[in-house]
Design a protein. Structure first.
Length: 333
């Protein structure tokens, strides 16, 4: 029985039971609660239940029927916070920030996935469709096997790292295009595009970077049921994720340098425009002064009775204009 995408009863988007050496088998909520009520045995495997928090019945049902710690519900109340995984009374509570399924470099398209993991059950919940969790669902549908619930969590973290790597790659291509336009002198709309891109990357780095203190405590004192191999995979996924975050920081620095270069070019263009305006004002100053004097309707206007008076005034204006221009350009040099 395969589930179709969309909210089901009590907000369940999908549910699977995993046993060693086999892929996930779809389960309903009634089957899940019945299985959880039974006595655990070796080789029983674990459950994965994925909920949609926009369904108002999802949270009450989880409180009533699932063995979840209060720290998980506290994380849900806190909303979007930085990515972290911590030990809550031998359960792993993870807050994982991810991007929307159709991510278009908009800060509003970053949302949060909450997850609780113990030996028998992994519960995930989200309010918006997210890319990494959908990749995990697709992998389960294709028959991917998971040896434990922590193995499922590690797979999700690796998927998120792949998504973030692709985002960094796409952002780098955008920055390359803007840099090429900058080299060709095309500054129109580039400052706005860079500013928007930098805001998105800063938000990604702030939300997606795992909290080092929580991760260090978890790796130093993990729950007793977590296998050593799963712990090594978690450590490796965290290190790979940190490398991507560093690449994200380097890209931000590159964007900052481009913004400074654009600001310098805009400032240079403004200075050239101001200099041109100043030159026009200086060169027009002698003729404006002269026309002002000769425009007065008073007696004693020079050269009024002289036949070549106009030519003399023109020559005087030309000389003063040439002197003013020479002084202005000499000062510029």
């Amino acid at each position: 029985m395969a589930f179709s995408y969309g909210t089901r009863q009590n907000g369940l988007l999908c549910g699977y039971r995993f046993v060693p050496g086999a892929g996930g088998t779809p389960v309903e909520l009634a089957d899940a609660t019945q299985w959880l009520a039974g006595e655990p045995g070796a080789g029983d495997g674990f459950l994965w239940l994925h909920f949609d928090l926009t369904d108002t019945s999802a949270l009450p049902w989880m409180r009533q029927h699932l063995p979840l710690q209060e720290e998980f519900f506290e994380a849900l109340r806190q909303g979007s916070r930085s990515t972290r995984i911590e030990d809550a009374q031998d359960q792993l509570v993870a807050v994982i920030n991810d991007v929307a399924y159709e991510f278009a470099f908009d800060p509003s398209e970053i949302a949060t996935l909450w997850m609780s993991v113990d030996r028998r059950i992994a519960v995930s919940a989200r309010a918006h469709p997210l890319r990494s969790i959908d990749r995990l669902r697709e992998a389960v549908k294709q028959g991917t096997q998971f040896s434990s619930s922590v193995d499922l969590l590690n797979h999700l973290l690796k998927d998120q790292g792949d998504v973030l790597t692709r985002i960094v790659r796409e952002a780098t291509l955008k920055v390359d295009g803007i840099e090429d336009s900058l080299l060709h002198g095309r500054l129109k709309h580039q400052r706005t595009e860079l500013g928007k891109l930098r805001r998105v990357l800063v938000r990604l780095q702030r939300l997606l970077a795992p909290e080092p203190a929580a991760m260090f405590r978890l790796l130093r004192q993990p729950p007793p049921w977590v296998a050593e191999g799963d712990l090594d995979e978690l450590r490796q996924a965290t290190e790979e994720f940190s490398l991507v975050i560093r690449d994200l920081g380097a890209l931000q620095e590159r964007i900052k340098l481009l913004q400074e270069e654009i600001a310098a070019q805009v400032s240079e263009q403004t200075n050239r425009s101001l200099f041109t305006l100043t030159m026009v004002t200086v060169l027009a100053l002698p003729i404006n002064i002269t026309t002002g004097f000769f425009g007065m309707n008073v007696g004693g206007i020079p050269f009024a009775e002289y036949a070549h008076g106009f030519l003399v005034v023109v020559l005087l204006v030309a000389v003063f204009t040439a002197v003013a221009g020479w002084l202005a350009f000499r000062r510029r040099d």
